[in-house]
Ligand binder design. Structure first.
Ligand code: GTP
Ligand code: MG
Ligand code: NA
Length: 458
């Protein structure tokens, strides 16, 4: 995979937006899968990736443009959760992508995480296309399966067309209030020059899907050929660290550039220091299948960017999601690379109080840990931290926090974000007098922090 006469890598596209706007369903519609219905509570709680080869995109867009010359080998799409507690995953996804799809529910307009996603995209200067989804919910909508949106709209009654225009105008106004100009994509003469394109879609009956796909691949190839030109320097980010039955601990990564080979020596950032290991297996889901969903994997001797890959190697238990993966080349000094790999952790470690007095902070990922440490550092809060950990709260963490009981009792506290507290850990904490505050929504944890801090200051 990845071969193409233009030597371009596949664009990486991140799909973002408020909860339940239909992000996963849109991908299901393109893949012909049913991932969304298998999700607990119908909510995405992990970041995922799917590779769409150019031939599938060509097939899917042929009614709009026969034999489209796509120039890119395919499209790598990253699905993100819309639920408010996954800001870190939205941030990680948007940090990796070349372009984004911002999904808006036509019946709801802009919502809280639409705006949050918009701000992430603005901050990183990422271009995006708006999918105005669920058009089939317009009252009286006549299904035109997989039709282009212009064709589908012509089939609709005057009432449906009127409701569509009313809601579209409302959404355009709401974007304007956020300082963003938008226009229906086929009317947008200023695409890429300050006016963002809207593609009306349905993830259920697939109207507008050809438009969305064609616009994505053609526009990225046209405007990003330099950025998408393949190069050999490995650029690779860890999305998730997961235990897989039969494989042990694996990492899901996005390979943005370069090639990975089976047997390559790699270095990743670990909780207890750099992890040096070698790639035992390079696995991908089959094309058009989701990386995060358990299934069968394709084995590869080598993989060229861009791809979503599952890597199996020894010693990955303490690898940290959100950090980079490095390859040790024949001329490289492993020590230099270990140093580089730990760079992501260094800024975090520097926040830990050297004299050893402070609370213990725990979070699910490096990104969320950083957010918490940032908060604790602000002058209004200014709570010292003596220890940090990424992952669930175990007895050993309670033991570490309990050291404070003798030094400064109020610091014998664990502040835990988006992690589980094991029963033994809670029992030990109760027994020795360590307080554990947990939350899985970042704002809620901040509120608890504030209450705790106010308590301390009294
Ligand atoms: P999170 O990942 O949890 O943020 O949600 P999401 O944006 O991925 O939305 P999801 O795909 O889970 O869809 C949410 C609900 O909307 C599901 O019940 C879908 O069946 C429904 N839905 C999604 N797209 C459409 C659409 O185009 N039309 C209609 N009628 N329903 C849709
Ligand atoms: Mg989803
Ligand atoms: Na959902």
């Amino acid at each position: 995979s990845g071969q193409c006469e233009y030597n371009l890598r596949s664009p990486i596209c991140c799909i973002m937006g408020h909860v339940d706007t239909g992000k996963t369903k849109l991908l299901d519609c393109i893949r012909g899968t049913n991932v969304q219905e298998g999700e607990a509570g119908g909510i995405t709680q992990q970041i995922g990736a799917t590779y769409f080869p150019a031939e599938n995109i060509r097939e899917r867009t042929k009614e709009l443009k026969a034999d489209a010359n796509l120039k890119v080998p395919g499209l790598l799409v990253i699905d993100t959760p819309g639920h408010e507690s996954f800001t870190n995953l939205r941030s990680r996804g948007s940090g990796l992508c070349d372009i984004a799809i911002l999904v808006v529910d036509i019946m709801h307009g802009l919502e809280r995480q639409t705006i949050e996603s918009l701000n992430l995209l603005k901050m990183r200067n990422t271009n995006f296309i708006i999918a105005l989804n669920k058009v089939d919910r317009l009252y009286g909508w006549k299904v035109c399966h997989n039709a282009s949106i212009v064709k589908a709209m012509k089939q609709q009654s005057k009432d449906v067309q009127f409701e569509f225009r009313t809601r579209l105008t409302q959404v355009i106004t709401e974007f304007k209030e956020q300082g963003i100009n938008t226009e229906l994509y086929y009317k947008n003469k200023d695409m890429g020059k300050g006016t963002f394109s809207i593609v009306p879609t349905s993830a259920i009956s697939a109207e507008g899907i050809p438009d969305l796909l064609l616009l994505l691949v053609q526009w990225t190839a046209k405007t990003m050929s330099e950025r998408l030109t393949y190069n050999n320097i490995v650029q690779c980010t860890i999305l998730e660290v997961k235990v897989v039955e039969g494989l042990g601990t694996t990492i899901d990564v996005i390979l943005v550039n370069g090639v990975l080979h089976e047997g390559d020596q790699i270095v990743v950032c670990g909780m207890q220091g750099p992890i040096v290991t070698s790639i035992r297996a390079l696995l991908t889901p089959f094309p058009m299948k989701e990386l995060r969903v358990k299934g069968s994997y394709e084995h590869h001797k080598e993989i060229k960017a861009s791809q979503g890959i599952k890597i199996n190697a020894q010693g990955l238990e303490h690898a940290i999601a959100g950090t980079s993966l490095y390859i040790v080349g024949p001329d490289d000094d492993v020590e230099d690379i270990k140093e580089a790999a730990m760079e992501d952790m260094r800024s975090v470690m520097s926040r830990v109080d050297k004299c050893g007095e402070g609370v213990y902070v725990q979070a699910s990922t490096l990104g969320s840990l950083e957010a918490l440490l940032e908060f604790l550092k602000t002058p209004e809060v200014s709570i010292p931290v003596s220890g940090i950990c990424i992952g669930n709260v175990h007895k050993k963490d309670v033991m570490k926090a309990s050291v404070m009981l003798e030094k400064k009792k109020e610091y014998a506290t664990i502040l835990a974000f988006d992690v589980r507290v094991t029963q033994e850990a809670q029992e030990l904490a109760d027994e020795v007098g360590v307080k554990i505050y947990t939350a899985d929504i970042i704002y809620h944890l901040f509120d608890q922090f504030k209450a705790y801090i106010d308590n301390l200051k009294e």
